[in-house]
Design a protein around this ligand. Structure first.
Ligand code: ADP
Ligand code: MG
Length: 568
């Protein structure tokens, strides 16, 4: 048996603890939600491991969470009979932060308390939030399948270090004991804790038990009975009828599955029957996570099979370009012992993915096409946070390409700001008489796009040009060559054909200028022999003397620059 040892927290944990205690105090009740959420996850993990190893249950099959308090000792205990932790797991889970996006999170901290509090919320507060109300936390835990003598006690005051030691523990699972700080006595009330649980954790599908309290006439006080009662609804929220679930409950459930602190933008909840039977409860978050661009990032969908949790990050359930969607899918058809390999091959999974993709696009269309300003604003937020990711769908999802194209938003010369608010439909509605193409310019950044000399002729003629400056744009454009029968045309490519936008007089004038400068052009061609493929008299410029253009069949200058930057 290993001795008691004292270990230092990872530097990031110390920093997070400091920040959290100071900036989340006004929100302190959330500690209970976080610890109950962990207890519920622990039960899910046990159920999952037990699918192939029923012995893990021992003689204790009824999964539950207990919340109790000790007024004398001034402690609150959150106790579960879930998976528990081994010594190694305790050290890695409660001594370090192993989340993706950690580096990004710490680099964005500003020192401003309010701003940082919001950032911590986005990052996820988790276990350490216990230290908002406790000046010491003791965790006693026994891994499912381990002997009673192989349990572990973890303890810390939430400053620089923590201790771990071997102990004996009668049952499986984890007890988290919070030793409340001075001045937190208000929390030592059954009634208070119950109301916090009902507010934040009602959606938890396990029973959350608390000791019954009754008024005692003789003592003239409420006293605890030796009896427990369930204080939440204790049924899977996604399996309930929509009409039975309030907006607040949907929001709290979102926070539980997403580990997010803020409300979602919108959600969709459906029971699908037919070819494949499943329930989907899918949310669009209100902000991008820290690891949106992390290619190895886990998916946001929890897979359940008939209410049994199967896995957290089932990527097959959602296409990559919708990787920001969070929620739950509960299948009635998949086998309980489904593995990642099976998921990859499964017809049912394919049907679920297609159905869920359509639902998500439908949900986004509802926001985008809403009449109500508040809902419209949600689409603006969505686009700011996730628009660049959605663009990946143009290349990734041929089936839904047209639907996705309608959801795209751009900056344009129409409003001259870098805000991406113009849809193809907006553009088409403003097209000039005789215009049959959708014009765009690509560049590294908004200013370069806006000031491109290629725009001069378009400005002069009052023709709108979309200004594309996101990294994915060039790639996306290689899959999107037209919209609604109108060709997407770069203003920087080839011998620009303005078609009917040019009148006869202009054409004649152009021809005359070309003859006039013929000799000069020939001389310049000679001088630029190795450097330029061709030299032409231009009609597209009104103020600048000259500009470079790409050949119709060549890569655009901007794409060449991007490929170079990527080391190609
Ligand atoms: P998160 O829940 O987002 O993973 P937390 O800080 O809440 O982050 O918890 C960190 C980790 O500690 C969890 O991922 C889990 O592995 C472990 N853990 C926390 N509480 C429990 C518990 N009650 N039972 C088993 N493991 C737990
Ligand atoms: Mg947690």
């Amino acid at each position: 048996v290993a001795e008691k040892e004292t270990l230092g927290f990872q530097a990031e944990v110390k920093q997070l603890l400091q920040l959290m205690i100071h900036s989340l105090y006004s929100n302190k009740e959330i500690f209970l939600r976080e610890l109950i959420s962990n207890a519920s996850d622990a039960a899910d993990k046990l159920r999952f491991e037990a699918i192939n190893n029923d012995a893990l249950y021992g003689n204790d099959h009824e999964l539950r969470i207990k919340v109790s308090l000790d007024k004398e000792a001034k402690t609150i205990t959150i106790s579960d009979n879930g998976i528990g932790m081994s010594r190694e797991e305790v050290i890695s889970h409660l001594g370090t932060i192993a989340k993706s996006g950690t580096k990004e999170f710490f680099s964005r901290l500003s020192g401003d308390q309010q701003q940082d509090a919001a950032l911590i919320g986005q990052f996820g507060v988790g276990f350490y939030s216990g230290f908002i109300v406790a000046d010491r936390i003791t965790v006693e835990t026994r891994r499912a399948g381990a002997d009673s003598t192989q349990a572990v006690r973890w303890e810390s005051t939430g400053e620089g270090d923590y201790s771990v030691e071997a102990i004996e523990k009668a049952g499986r699972g984890t007890d988290v004991i919070l030793h409340l700080r001075e001045g937190e006595d208000e929390l030592l009330s059954n009634w208070k804790l119950k109301s916090i649980i009902r507010k934040y954790s009602d959606h938890i599908s396990l029973p959350i038990l608390m000791q019954k309290e009754e008024w005692d006439e003789e003592a003239k006080a409420t006293v605890a009975r030796d009896e427990f009662e369930t204080v939440n609804q204790a049924s899977a929220l996604w399996a309930r009828n929509k009409s039975e679930v309030t907006k607040e409950q949907y929001d709290e459930f979102y926070k539980h599955v997403s580990h997010d602190f803020q409300e979602p933008l919108t959600f969709t909840h459906n029971r699908v029957e037919g070819r494949s039977e499943y329930t989907q409860l899918l949310y669009v978050p209100g902000h991008a996570p820290f690891d949106l661009w992390d290619r190895n990032k886990r998916g946001g969908i929890k897979l359940y099979v008939k209410r049994v949790f199967i896995m957290d990050d089932a990527e097959q359930l959602m296409p990559t370009y919708l990787r920001f969607i969070k929620g739950v899918i509960d299948s009635a058809d998949l086998p309980l012992n489904v593995s990642r390999e099976i998921l990859q091959e499964s017809r049912d999974v394919k049907v679920i993915r297609e159905g869920s993709t359509k639902r998500v696009l439908g949900m986004l269309e509802e926001l985008a096409n809403a009449d109500e300003q508040e809902t419209k604003d949600k689409y603006v937020t969505f686009w700011k946070e996730f628009g660049q990711v959605l663009k990946e769908g143009i290349g990734e999802d041929a089936t839904n390409k047209d639907r996705i194209a309608k959801l795209l938003r751009f900056a344009s010369t129409h409003n001259e700001t870098d805000e991406q608010t113009v849809s193809f439909a907006d553009y088409i509605a403003r097209m000039k008489e005789g215009q049959d193409k959708i014009y765009y310019v690509t560049a590294d950044n908004f200013n370069a796009a806006k000031n491109s000399p290629h725009l001069e002729i378009f400005r002069k003629k009052g023709v709108e040009v979309l200004l594309l400056t996101d990294r994915v744009d060039e790639w996306m454009l290689s899959f999107l060559t037209e919209f609604d029968g109108k060709e997407l045309t770069s203003v920087a490519k080839g011998g620009l054909d303005l078609g009917k936008l040019e009148d006869e007089a202009e054409k004649k004038e152009h021809e005359e200028t070309e003859t006039q400068y013929k000799d000069l052009v020939e001389k310049m061609k000679g001088a630029l022999l190795e450097k330029a493929k061709d030299v032409r008299v231009t009609h597209r410029l009104t103020d600048s003397p000259a500009c470079l253009v790409a050949d119709e069949h060549e890569l655009s200058a901007n794409l060449v620059r991007m490929l170079k930057a990527a080391g190609q």
